[in-house]
Design a protein around this ligand. Structure first.
Ligand SMILES: O=C(O)CCC(=O)C(=O)O
Ligand SMILES: [Fe+2]
Length: 483
């Protein structure tokens, strides 16, 4: 089968829609700050038109192209390509062609250490049923060979090749097990997140719950918080054990931040918009994945309460799973229009087929997602072919993402849209001309049962990521830093 070049990306997930809607609504409003040209409007409209196809329909199309393939594996590839059938099918085609070619160059030490051959006791992803060709990562030296996903296990490799760092055996074993037991019990009452995509209510493929620190006044602060589309009036308090662990996470994450700044950032200085303050976790999202099929799709974390250049500490307990990261390649419209889309290196293909990196997350490991992560990368927890049962958790994995919700980003401080609700903060990851810009936008359209308004406002911050409300023309607010 000839590899048909992908034309337009089709997106499945809310995370991408938010960006499209923000641009479209901003254009309608002729917002003074908006600088998107007519070709961008056209592109947004075209993309929106394509979005309306259901996932089932997309999967059916993919199945008709690859009738001998496993349906679940095809779905996984489809999800990895954000719902774009053309990109998924081109990637599978190219992967199959690649597999037919003989290997001509020896693997690098990292590749040798991380071949896609499953290692006993280590989860393999459905995605590895196919050989997906990565394209340019925008880095001088590609990390993966064509057709390979880079599998990383050692802290050195993770720090060198991703926007994360990892600490294995983070807690004393008895404490890790006690926290696991406590959260497994709690997780019995967790629910899937629900959110709205056009007329359809969609739900996450795993369960989760938000916890906040009572000691840091978060119960009072949290009354207006929104998380993943639903109002969290049933938010839980961090337990004494979660608080104890939180303090350890705090120390470790602050150490890792300083090490990262020294070793990775230009001039050994924090990034623009990154907070210079100590990282103080005051909220935690606990995720529970039961069995190999439960997963979390490609996304960047919501920045609304974290502010720009956020850092997150993510503790894994129970069954080991894979955590995938991939860099978001901004699409350049001009380049795209000039290129012949039937050629295998069209810009769509470049942005659609970037390499993925898989980080192995064993029980009792702390992954730090650094300040460059949310704006420039996406991450996911893919479905697994096999998992090794954990002596305490069985087939379940618990993940605690500790977060620092900044006071200046509390709902009462951030702009409200015409629905009367606090807006959400997003960063443009795709459009080249607006790449890296932040925006406030209406969130209601993505909450089940609610229709959104067209509110849109570019966001401005000082170098430390504090909102410049007056410059945004919104309204002055009392200065506050960390929560
Ligand atoms: O389960 C994990 O390791 C990742 C969780 C995550 O990305 C999230 O909660 O946003
Ligand atoms: Fe996340």
């Amino acid at each position: 089968m000839g590899a048909e070049a992908p034309r337009k990306r089709r997106r499945l997930f809310f995370e991408s829609y938010a960006e499209i809607d923000a641009q479209k609504n901003g254009l309608k409003e002729q917002n003074q700050n908006l600088e998107v040209d007519q070709s961008a409007i056209h592109q947004v409209q075209q993309e929106e038109h394509h979005e309306n196809e259901s996932t089932d329909m997309k999967l059916a199309r993919l199945l008709s192209l690859f009738p001998n393939s496993d349906e679940a594996a095809l779905l996984d590839v489809l999800i990895s390509y954000e719902g774009c059938v053309e990109a998924a099918s081109a990637a599978i085609d190219a992967g199959q062609e690649d597999a037919e070619q003989t290997e001509d160059s020896p693997a690098s030490p990292i590749e040798q250490a991380s071949k896609s051959t499953p290692i006993p006791g280590i989860q393999t992803s459905l995605l590895s049923s196919f050989s997906i060709p990565p394209s340019s990562l925008g880095w001088s030296k590609p990390l993966t060979k064509r057709g390979k996903t880079l599998y990383l296990y050692s802290p050195e490799d993770v720090a060198r090749n991703t926007p994360c760092s990892i600490i294995h055996n983070f807690l004393p074993p008895t404490q890790a097990n006690a926290l696991l037991e406590e959260l497994l019990e709690d997780a019995k009452s967790y629910e899937c997140e629900k959110f709205q995509l056009f007329d359809t209510e969609v739900q996450s493929h795993h369960t989760s719950k938000l916890y906040v620190s009572e000691a840091q006044g978060m119960m009072e602060r949290s009354s207006e918080f929104v998380y993943n589309g639903s109002f969290r009036n049933n938010v839980r308090k961090l337990s004494p054990l979660m608080n104890t662990v939180s303090e350890k996470v705090q120390k470790a994450v602050n150490r890792e931040i300083q090490a990262r700044i020294k070793s990775h950032y230009p001039g050994g200085k924090k990034l623009k918009y990154q907070s210079p303050d100590e990282w103080l976790p005051n909220a935690a999202v606990v995720n529970c994945y039961t069995g190999p099929q439960e997963n979390l799709g490609w996304h960047s974390d919501q920045l609304t309460y974290l502010g720009p250049r956020a850092v997150i500490g993510s503790l894994s307990l129970g069954v080991a799973r894979e955590f995938r990261v991939r860099r978001v390649v901004p699409r350049d419209n001009d380049q795209e229009n000039k290129q012949d889309v039937t050629k295998s290196h069209s810009s769509d293909r470049v942005s659609d087929t970037q390499g993925q990196i898989s980080i192995h997350l064993p029980h009792n490991s702390l992954l730090v997602m650094h300040a460059e992560m949310q704006e420039e990368w996406k991450h996911s927890v893919p479905t697994a072919l096999t998992i090794s049962p954990h002596p305490i958790a069985g087939n379940r994995r618990i993940n605690v993402t500790y977060r620092c919700w900044r006071k200046s980003f509390d709902p009462q401080n951030i702009p409200r849209c015409r629905c009367g609700l606090p807006t959400i903060l997003r960063c443009v990851q795709r459009k080249h001309e607006n790449y890296g810009r932040y925006m406030w936008m209406c969130y209601a359209g993505y909450s089940p049962g609610k229709k959104g308004c067209s509110f849109f406002q570019w966001a401005r911050f000082d170098d430390d990521g504090e909102p410049l409300w007056e410059e945004m023309g919104i309204r002055p607010v009392a200065k506050g830093k960390m929560g």
